[in-house]
Design a protein around this ligand. Structure first.
Ligand SMILES: Cc1cc2nc3c(=O)[nH]c(=O)nc-3n(C[C@H](O)[C@H](O)[C@H](O)COP(=O)(O)OP(=O)(O)OC[C@H]3O[C@@H](n4cnc5c(N)ncnc54)[C@H](O)[C@@H]3O)c2cc1C
Length: 260
């Protein structure tokens, strides 16, 4: 067990101090909710039992011309490795905070660039599962269990132009603690645009608001509370539904309670 203070560990800087189970072997932990870098999470004062991968799962290895990456490996480390070894398809990790496990679960990415594009298989407690057997799409991947490791094709040619494009696309991200995009983009629409049109860009409850620069980012000005964040999320869902008849779906994950 390790005590983690989520008011400093999580990217949105909200959450209690709790004991988290550290997983050091490829064991099943189905009674626990897994966390990675907590860059996509809003953690309530009463979270479920939490577990995270230990250092054993922080690795990058080339085996039989494939890249094996441990579930606890941080995006920044993967990006540096890809740059150094001139490997393509990891440029999307520029300014995309997370661990390989969390990125696989979310099929993290931007526009048409997603983790699953180049992924071949994940290793869970049931063994290797090939990509063809996984139902994945925009910000989700449905599989049971923990990602201990994943393997990727190695294609030569790290693309610095693509890297700069990601830098630019993410330039408008607010300089405040957040958990990334709050809502998924509805089909053929943009959550940020809907929030802005509903008058919620910059709208603040307590010390939490939707950002002035990027309406779909829920930001913590300082010491914002879980309750304020939930109230704001519920208000946004209600306003957008009443105005446009669109049910916004959360991209960030709430651990502890459900929204209305
Ligand atoms: C400033 C900022 C910008 C962001 N920009 C983007 C972006 O452009 N695109 C994008 O897609 N996301 C973005 N995000 C969100 C976040 O970076 C991604 O969702 C990332 O994948 C989260 O990884 P994590 O390790 O922090 O996972 P966590 O937030 O800890 O967990 C996310 C989910 O993954 C599950 N999980 C974690 N580890 C494992 C594992 N080993 N096995 C199985 N499941 C696991 C958790 O249970 C949870 O369901 C942004 C976040 C921030 C703060």
């Amino acid at each position: 067990m390790k005590t983690i203070d989520f008011s400093t560990y999580s990217s949105i800087k909200i959450g209690p101090k709790v004991d988290v189970l550290i997983i050091n072997s490829r064991q099943s932990c189905s009674d626990y909710t897994l966390i990675g870098g907590a860059n996509n999470l809003l953690i309530s004062p009463n979270p479920p039992k939490l577990a995270m991968l230990g250092k054993e799962f922080d690795f990058i290895e080339e085996i039989n011309s494939l890249l094996h990456i441990g579930g606890a490996t941080a995006s920044g480390k993967i990006l540096s490795y890809a740059k150094k070894h001139d490997i393509a398809n990891f440029e999307l990790m520029q300014k995309l905070p997370g661990t390989l496990g969390g990125m696989a679960r979310m099929n993290a990415g931007l526009k048409k660039w997603e983790i699953f594009n180049n992924l071949l298989a994940i290793r869970t407690e049931s063994g290797w599962i090939s990509k063809e057997k996984i139902d994945f799409g925009y910000r989700y991947a449905n599989f049971n269990g923990t990602v201990f490791e994943a393997k990727f094709e190695i294609q030569k040619g790290f693309d610095f132009e693509l890297l700069n494009m990601f830098k630019k696309l993410r330039d408008n991200q607010p300089n405040f603690p957040s958990a990334g995009s709050c809502f998924k983009n509805p089909k053929d629409n943009f959550a940020g645009k809907l929030l802005e049109e509903a008058g919620l860009k910059g709208y603040r409850v307590g010390n939490i608001s939707f950002s002035q620069t990027h309406a779909n980012f829920l930001i913590n000005h300082e010491n914002g509370t879980f309750e304020d964040a939930i109230n704001l999320i519920n208000k946004a869902k209600k306003e957008v539904f009443e105005r446009f008849g669109i049910n916004l779906e959360l991209e960030i994950e709430i651990l502890g309670i459900k929204t209305k």
